[in-house]
Design a protein around this ligand. Structure first.
Ligand code: PLP
Length: 373
C-alpha cells in the first residue's frame, strides 16, 4: 500500500521560526570536490594546535572502558574544576558542549511567550534554545565601529516577561569584551528573577585584567551563570563538553532537565587532563597573540580593518560581498565564515591559525579581493 503524501503530526508552531543548522561540508569532501589537498578550516574557532598531549594520552588510557556508562556526576572533573575555580562542587553543571547548557537554561526557565534579551550580532544558539520552547528573543544592536555592548539599551529591553539575559564576552563573532566596571553596575540593576547568562566560551583568550570571570558575581549571590567550554583553547571540540558555574540553586534547577549521561566518559577524562596542561594552554594563547599581529599587518597592507578582539578569531570588513570572498578563498583551500549570517554581509569571521595557515589565508584574501574589486 502506497502511503504518499506522508501524513504526520503538525510541527509545533514555535519551530516554524527555526531553520535547521546548515553545517559546512567536511574538509575531505571540499578537497575531493575542488581537487585540492591541505584545505584549512578557519571557520569554527577551534584550536589549530589540537588537543593537549596529556588529553590525548588520557583518552588512549580510557579506550578500554567504553563499555561502561559514563559517570553521570562527572565526579573527578567536578572536583578538579571546583578546586581550580574556588567554587563548591554543587555550583557546577556539565553538558554535551556548552550548547547543551543553553538548552538546559531554556528548558528550565523559558515557556511560551517568555522573553530573553541578547545582543546582535552574537552567538546564534541563544535564539535557537529560546525558540525551541516558544520563547521570544529581544535583540539589541552592538554599537560603533568596535561593536561594543550597549548595556543601558540591554537593560531597557528587559521587561516583566524577561527570564534570561545573554551576554557573550568575548563576543562571537566580534571578539569584543565587556569590562567589569560596566558589568558591575549592570548586574546590580538587573531586576530580581532575571538570570544573567555570561557566555565565556573564549574567556581564556581575554587578556584585559578588567575582564570579568563571572565568578565574582556568583560569589556575591547574584543570579549569574558563567558558561565555559573545552571546545576552544583546550582543543576538544569533537568530544562535546562544556560547563557552567552558577549559584547552587540555579544548578539544582538545571539538573532537573539534564539527561543522566550526556557527557561522555572520553570527554570527562580528556577534559580533566587538559585542565592540568598549563603548557598547552599557554602555547595556544601565544599562537593567537602572534596570529593577531600577523593578520593585523596583513589587513593593514590591504587597507582593511578588523574589529579589535580578545578572542581566537577576528571579524573583518572586506568591503565586498563576503559570500564571494568565501568562494574565492575556498577555491584556494581556505574556509572562513561569512558575515551575512550575523547580518554583516561584507564581513568575514576568521579563526586565528598557525603562522603558515595565516600566511595562506592572507595570500588567498589578497588574491580574492583583487579578483572581486
Ligand atoms: C560564544 C559561544 N558559545 C558557545 C559555543 C558552544 O561551544 P560548545 O562547543 O561548548 O558547545 C560556541 C561555539 O562556537 C561559541 O562560539
Amino acid at each position: 500500500m502506497v502511503k504518499y503524501p506522508v501524513t504526520k503530526p503538525d510541527l509545533r508552531n514555535c519551530l516554524n521560526h527555526i531553520k535547521p543548522y546548515k553545517p559546512g561540508k567536511p574538509v575531505e569532501e571540499v578537497e575531493r570536490e575542488l581537487g585540492l589537498s591541505g584545505v584549512i578550516k578557519l571557520a569554527s574557532n577551534e584550536n589549530p594546535l589540537g588537543a593537549s598531549p596529556l588529553a590525548v594520552e588520557a583518552m588512549q588510557k580510557n579506550l578500554s572502558k567504553m563499555h561502561d556508562y559514563p559517570d553521570g556526576y562527572c565526579y573527578y572533573l567536578r572536583e578538579a574544576l571546583s578546586q581550580k575555580l574556588g567554587v563548591r562542587p554543587e555550583q557546577l553543571i556539565f553538558g554535551n558542549g556548552s550548547d547543551e547548557i543553553l538548552s538546559f537554561l531554556a528548558l528550565a526557565y523559558v515557556g511560551s511567550g517568555d522573553e530573553a534579551v541578547m545582543a546582535t550580532p552574537s552567538f546564534s544558539q541563544y535564539e535557537f534554545a529560546l525558540r525551541l520552547l516558544g520563547g521570544e528573543p529581544r535583540k539589541v544592536e552592538l554599537v560603533g565601529d568596535n561593536f561594543e555592548y550597549d548595556l543601558d539599551a540591554i537593560l531597557a529591553a528587559v521587561n516583566e516577561k524577561t527570564r534570561l539575559v545573554f551576554l557573550c564576552t568575548p563576543n562571537n563573532p566580534t571578539g569584543t569584551i565587556i569590562r567589569k566596571k560596566e558589568l558591575n553596575s549592570f548586574v546590580e540593576k538587573l531586576p530580581d528573577k532575571v538570570l544573567l547568562v555570561l557566555d565565556q566560551a573564549y574567556l581564556e583568550y581575554a587578556w584585559d585584567p578588567d575582564h570579568p570571570t563571572g565568578i565574582e558575581y556568583i560569589e556575591q549571590g547574584f543570579p549569574v551563570i558563567s558558561l565555559r567550554t573545552f571546545s576552544k583553547i583546550y582543543g576538544l571540540a569533537g568530544l562535546r563538553i562544556g560547563y557552567g558555574v552558577a549559584p547552587a540553586e540555579v544548578v539544582a534547577d538545571l539538573s532537573r532537565v539534564r539527561e543522566p549521561f550526556s557527557v561522555n566518559a572520553m570527554a570527562q577524562a580528556a577534559a580533566r587532563a587538559a585542565l592540568e596542561d598549563r603548557d598547552h594552554e599557554e602555547r595556544s594563547r601565544k599562537m593567537v597573540e602572534e596570529a593577531r599581529k600577523q593578520l593585523a599587518e596583513g589587513f593593514a597592507e590591504m587597507g582593511l580593518r578588523a574589529v579589535p578582539d580578545q578572542a581566537n578569531f577576528c571579524f573583518v570588513d572586506t568591503g565586498v560581498d563576503s559570500k564571494q570572498v568565501f568562494q574565492a578563498l575556498m577555491q584556494r583551500g581556505v574556509i572562513v565564515r561569512t558575515g551575512d549570517i550575523f547580518g554583516y554581509p561584507t564581513y568575514i569571521r576568521v579563526t586565528y591559525g598557525t603562522e603558515e595557515q595565516n600566511r595562506r589565508f592572507l595570500k588567498g584574501l589578497k588574491e580574492a579581493l583583487a579578483e572581486l574589486s
